[in-house]
Ligand binder design. Sequence first.
Ligand SMILES: [Cu+2]
Length: 141
Amino acid sequence: MKKVILSVAVIAAMGLTSCKNEAKQTTETTTTEVSSEIAMTDLSFGVRGNCGMCKKTIEKAANGVAGVAKATWDVDKKKIDVSFDDTKTDAMAIHKAIAASGYDTEKATGDLAAYDNLPGCCKYDHDMMMNQSGDIKAEVH
Ligand SMILES: [Cu+2]
């Protein structure tokens, strides 16, 4: 009689353990799905420009691309940091949007008509080094 009670207890214990495992797995799956929904791609690349007005034009062009959440151009480093949803846009679309506003990027040449319409102070040098780290580098792209 004691043996029967013991084996019932063992089976009951096993049943409880397997229920706990299932609950854990469900929780883990849910967490993964949530984090992939809010994933943003961070990208930075060189963009030529001179001043604060260039900054406004460049950032406006990048932010105008659907899927771009944030764009910040650094006047000293001649570099832009972009955060975007890669299910809505891609890097090349952002390069092209900035080029259309008249500015050269590492991968796209600025539109010449748009460049001609820029204010005098914004007519940057087309030989300007892009994506500067702050250190002096001899690297040419
Ligand atoms: Cu400017």
